[in-house]
Structure formats: structure tokens, C-alpha cells
Design a binder for this molecule. Structure first.
Ligand code: AMP
Length: 146
């Protein structure tokens, strides 16, 4: 059965290009719709939730910058009809799963640095997304800088 709707999760760094390219190849060969998602993580969460200052302006700037980058990416990949692009606040795993379910996606594509051992304790979004995913997950191996 070909995939019908592929959701590609992007962190908006330069590393997201190989992830989108792989998802795009799959979308073309499966005749699938391709959607993008980026999640802006709440700053308070990154600082442990207890910050003695107002982060709302900074957070808004972060959101606006992410929006611009996402728009630029949509222009960069015009061959595939980008069904939708989503920008949300929250925790990546939770938001990606929720969106995949709501949009009826049958494949989630993420990048993976292939971390293992202690490095994995720092957190791997690919690993996180895999657990409890509502559909197939493809982890695109990203090369580590030498
Ligand atoms: P990481 O494990 O954080 O290095 O991220 C690996 C992959 O997870 C990235 O290549 C993206 O596919 C995905 N990812 C990480 N952070 C985000 C984010 N904020 N929004 C969407 N996808 C993300």
C-alpha cells in the first residue's frame, strides 16, 4: 500500500534539507501529499519552567522567525504540492503525534543523528517520536560533523 500523507518534522536548521528531500522522494514515488511541521518549544520549558522574567516578546520573535523560515522552505520545494505547513507551540513528540492523527498521516519523517550511549540521554527527537507514534516513522540518518 503506498503512503498517502507524509508528515515531515523539521527543526528549521540547515540539517532539515536532507530530511525534506527524503520525504519529498517518498511523496513523489507514492503519489502522497506532503506536509511540514515545526514546533516552537516554549522557552519557559527550556529553562525548567521557572523564569523570573517575561519571555513573551522573545517567544513571539522566535515564532515569527520560524514562520519566515517555514515560508522560505515552502518556496524552496515547489515541485511537491505542500499540502499544509504547521507551526505550533509545545513539545515536539506530543504535537507531532497529535497532528499526524488529526491529519490522517500514515508516515512521519524525522532526522536522526544516530546518538547512542550517554549522548542519547541528552535527548533524541527521533527516538521520542517513535514511541507511541500513531503511524509508521522513518528516521533519516543525518551525518555527524567530522
Ligand atoms: P534532534 O534529536 O533534536 O537532533 O532532532 C532530530 C530531528 O527531530 C530533526 O531532524 C527533526 O526531524 C525533528 N525535530 C527536532 N526538533 C524539532 C522541532 N522543534 N519541530 C519539528 N521537528 C523537530
Amino acid at each position: 500500500m503506498p503512503y498517502e500523507h507524509i508528515l515531515v518534522a523539521i527543526d528549521l536548521t540547515e540539517e532539515c534539507d536532507p530530511v525534506i528531500r527524503r520525504a519529498r522522494e517518498l511523496a513523489v514515488s507514492n503519489g502522497a501529499k506532503l506536509s511540514l511541521v515545526h514546533i516552537v518549544e516554549p522557552m519557559a520549558m527550556a529553562f525548567g519552567g521557572d523564569v523570573p522574567m517575561d519571555l513573551s516578546q522573545l517567544q513571539q520573535q522566535q515564532f515569527d522567525q520560524a514562520k519566515e523560515k517555514l515560508e522560505a522552505l515552502k518556496l524552496k520545494y515547489p515541485e511537491v504540492r505542500i499540502g499544509d505547513s504547521h507551526l505550533t507551540y509545545g513539545q515536539p513528540r506530543q504535537e507531532i503525534h497529535q497532528l499526524a492523527k488529526a491529519q490522517g498521516c500514515d508516515l512521519i519523517v524525522v532526522g536522526s543523528h544516530g546518538r547512542h550511549g550517554l549522548a542519547l540521554l541528552l535527548g533524541s527527537t527521533a527516538n521520542d517520536v517513535l514511541h507511541g507514534a500513531p503511524c509508521d516513522v522513518l528516521a533519516v540518518r543525518l551525518k555527524r560533523p567530522e
